[in-house]
Ligand binder design. Structure first.
Ligand SMILES: NC(=O)CC[C@H](N)C(=O)O
Length: 382
């Protein structure tokens, strides 16, 4: 007889040998990935559809997840690319006027595994002490703990090209601006012939980046991650954007080469992965942080003005400040750990930030970065 309650039916086995039992929601099966924790209180849907989480299990430190359901307006891409979702408690009901689906149904449809009813606080403390850990989620009762542990210990995320699978396959034009309901700054109304043309390299781009640029009066052509720089130059754009994206920037040297081909030729803006690729293209190095930055309230200082921005972040790698050659100015610092959060070379019309100016998890502090890029492109035309 089926029990009226659900007992634990899912294991999360971490590479350190610990085993966590919980309840499954979403899809079932066996999945390996890197466990990272995210401290955002809201925005689980944007997190689920952020392609930069490919290969990772996102553990939410906010204990109660799912209460606002899911709606199709808040997606950052058309798919969920993350390996799975790890939460303390799945809301038994949904209460939000925008909700179109429950989180559980949504994940099931997208073939993403979720685990609830496990001690997310204990796992977070472990990740803070030991760093990000590889783990395996499995609903398969026939797989032994040892098998799952072996899987977690033989899988690696460092050195893998994860952007090829999340990038678009053909160039396309992006037309949507931020909708009027959500616009918070003055929209720039430019006629078609005065619009600045931005070519955006899609390494796993979040759609809100594209929407913000359209709101700031740009025309956008999105190109795949391996699109030749020579073809982009033929389009004669006013600037090039290098998007966010999953994985290790050192695993995609072809993308670093692309960034390098534009330096000094066109205004360039790098966001997150784009910032890391730019750091490497300029001759700097990137390194893997202990447990990364994943959350909606990371304080960042803009060094030239001293202004603090509260920013949304999602990254495990960072640009090593000491490795940057002379002439590169560090513009922003993460106040939690002093890592590099932004760069510029004004004479080359190059700028980048390690966090997410398009995300507005409450504050909109980082949005002016888009305005700065637009100014850079306009000045280049003058
Ligand atoms: N959001 C991103 O672009 C992530 C950048 C990079 N993949 C990292 O984890 O550091």
């Amino acid at each position: 007889m089926e029990r009226p309650w659900k007992t634990t039916d899912l294991r999360l086995v971490l590479e350190d040998g610990s085993i966590w039992r919980g309840k499954s929601f979403g899809s079932s099966g066996t999945q390996v990935g890197e466990v990272v924790f995210n401290t955002s209180l809201t925005g689980y849907q944007e997190i689920l559809t952020d392609p930069s989480y490919a290969g990772q299990f996102v553990l939410m430190t906010q204990p109660h997840i799912g209460n606002t359901g899911v709606n199709f307006g808040d997606e950052e891409s058309q798919q969920c690319h993350l390996a799975g979702l790890v939460i303390r408690s799945l809301s038994p009901c949904v209460s939000n006027w925008r909700s179109q689906k429950t989180l559980s149904d949504y994940l099931k449809e997208r073939n993403i595994m979720g685990i609830s009813d496990i001690d997310t606080r204990a796992i977070t403390r472990r990740l803070r002490e030991d760093g990000s850990l590889i783990g395996v989620l499995s609903t398969d009762a026939f797989k032994t703990d040892e098998e799952l542990l072996h899987m977690s210990r033989t899988w690696h995320i460092v050195g893998k090209d994860l952007i090829t699978d999340v990038s678009c396959t053909e160039p396309y034009e992006w037309k949507d601006a931020t909708s009027d309901d959500w616009e918070f700054s003055n929209k720039v109304n430019t006629s078609n012939d005065t619009k600045l043309h931005v070519v955006a390299y899609d390494f796993g781009v979040k759609q809100n980046i594209l929407r913000r640029l359209v709101s700031y009066g740009c025309k956008i052509t999105v190109v795949p991650s391996k699109f030749p720089a020579s073809e982009v130059l033929k389009l004669n754009p006013d600037g090039v954007l290098f998007s966010n994206g999953p994985g290790d920037p050192s695993a995609v040297p072809y993308a670093v080469d692309s960034v390098r081909s534009f330096l000094g030729k066109l205004p360039v803006f790098g966001i997150c992965m784009g910032h890391q690729l730019l750091g490497q293209a300029l001759g700097g190095k990137t390194f893997k942080m202990k447990f990364g930055h994943h959350g909606g309230n990371h304080p960042v200082r803009h060094l030239p003005t001293g202004r603090i921005e509260i920013s949304a972040q999602n990254h495990n790698y960072a640009v090593d400040i000491a490795s940057l050659p002379e002439g590169v100015e560090v513009t922003h610092i993460n106040l939690n750990d002093g890592t590099c959060a932004g760069l510029t070379i004004p004479a080359m019309k190059v700028m980048s930030i390690q966090y997410h100016p398009e995300a507005s998890p409450g504050p909109h502090d980082a949005d002016p970065a888009f305005y700065d890029f637009v100014q850079m492109m306009s000045q280049n035309q003058a």
